[in-house]
Design a protein around this ligand. Structure first.
Ligand code: UD1
Length: 370
């Protein structure tokens, strides 16, 4: 069996790292393809180092562009790769433009597609990621879900249960594997902060950062919070560009810094009193380690982080953000939260087992340690 593993953007790397490692362990022939959607040292290369991932075998070096340009360029370049390497499967993760672009190419060439992190739905069709998720799930042959809500969403959309396998959360495999290394870094000390006495902010969703009015409102709330809790804000390049374009000043209590690598950032958020974010992944990561998280969006495709975890959806209304933040800061301890089932550090093993079983390769499937 020959597999092409696809990564493109920052949130893909920590999901793919344990899958690549597990395929290596079981002797599966694989080729790691990086579309180059993200290309900066801070957005890409540093993650490969931190995660101990092998360098990509192929880098399509697509870079930035409009959605249509980026998706189309990935498709054209990836088609040549599939034709040359003739894989049995491609594995795509998450919901970025690289995910749908490569899934579409493979399907049309008759190559089977496995989608890791299938079934998540925000039901917000204005989110580019929602379009990518729904379309990728529609064409993938194997839908590997992180939680039961994923299965339910797919079944409701009429997808046959034979295509769905619940494997858990591969990102948590990486988190648990790297947590001890991150702990040693104590990044907060280098930023003159004390553990459990600061907040971490991340913002990069177009709906939040591409509109100066929305961004200004969020900053208003963050400015208030920073009167009682220092806030640190590692800002995505997209956000930094928008701030310059809008001529918007970051409030004094909100310390803007450049994006951080995986380990440094984990060291920072895992010691925070509170995380305020519009990221998808961070909602899950904070749930896994029991750190309170306020999600600055009107919805989430990860409802389990609210139902079982530490996440609260607060939108972008400053009053709602402030009220929720004050409530958390008044609590002595984080209220009891549960880590969702199968977020146990073994999801990648189940991904590979599912892939082998679907291909009828039983010998290697049984080689699983789990
Ligand atoms: C993409 C994903 C989003 C994910 C996010 C994490 C899609 C539709 N969106 O959004 O789901 O949460 O990645 O970061 O795929 N840029 C750089 N250097 C880089 C990459 C990007 O400077 O290495 C800047 C460029 O100005 C670029 C902009 O960021 O135009 C946006 O990058 P893009 O890949 O289009 O989308 P993201 O906003 O990063």
């Amino acid at each position: 069996m020959k597999v092409l593993n696809i990564v493109g953007a920052r949130p893909n790397f920590m999901k793919m790292a344990p899958i690549v490692a597990e395929m290596k362990r079981r002797g599966i022939e694989q080729i790691l393809v990086h579309t180059g959607q993200h290309y900066d040292e801070a957005m890409s290369a540093s993650f490969f180092r931190d995660l101990g991932m092998p360098q990509p075998d192929i880098n399509l070096e697509i870079g930035s562009g409009s959605h249509a340009q980026q998706t189309a360029r990935i498709m054209m370049a990836f088609e040549a790769v599939v034709l040359e390497h003739k894989p049995d499967w491609i594995v795509v993760v998450g919901d970025v433009n690289s995910t749908i672009a490569c899934a579409l190419v493979a399907t049309k060439l008759g190559v089977k597609v496995a989608h890791v992190e299938a079934g998540l739905r925000s039901r917000d069709w204005t989110m580019p990621e929602e379009v990518n998720r729904v379309l990728t799930d529609r064409i993938a042959d194997l839908l590997l879900t992180p939680s039961a809500d994923g299965d339910a969403n797919l079944l409701q959309e009429g997808i046959d249960s034979s295509r769905i396998v619940r494997v858990g959360n591969v990102m948590i495999d990486t988190l648990l594997r790297q947590h001890n290394r991150a702990k040693e870094l104590r990044v907060y000390e280098t930023l003159n902060l004390t553990a459990n006495n600061y907040g971490v902010v991340t913002l990069h969703r177009p709906s939040n950062v591409d509109d100066p009015i929305v961004l200004g409102r969020i900053f208003g709330a963050l400015s208030e919070i920073s009167n009682s809790l220092p806030l640190i804000f590692p800002a995505h390049p997209r956000t930094q560009t928008r701030l310059q374009e809008f001529g918007l000043t970051v409030p004094a209590g909100l310390r803007l810094i450049d994006p951080m690598g995986y380990l440094e950032f984990m060291s920072l958020w895992s010691n925070a009193r509170l995380v305020l974010t519009d990221s998808g992944g961070l909602q899950e990561e904070t749930t896994a380690l029991g750190i309170p998280c306020l999600t600055l969006r009107e919805n989430t495709e990860r409802p389990i982080t609210v139902e079982e975890g530490t996440n609260t959806i607060v939108g972008t209304d400053p009053v709602r953000i402030l009220t929720a933040a004050r409530e958390i800061l008044q609590q002595e301890q984080t209220s009891a939260a549960r880590v969702p089932e199968l977020w146990d550090g073994h999801a990648a093993e189940r991904v590979v087992t599912a892939l082998l079983e679907k291909s009828g390769v039983t010998g290697l499937a049984q080689a699983s340690a789990f």
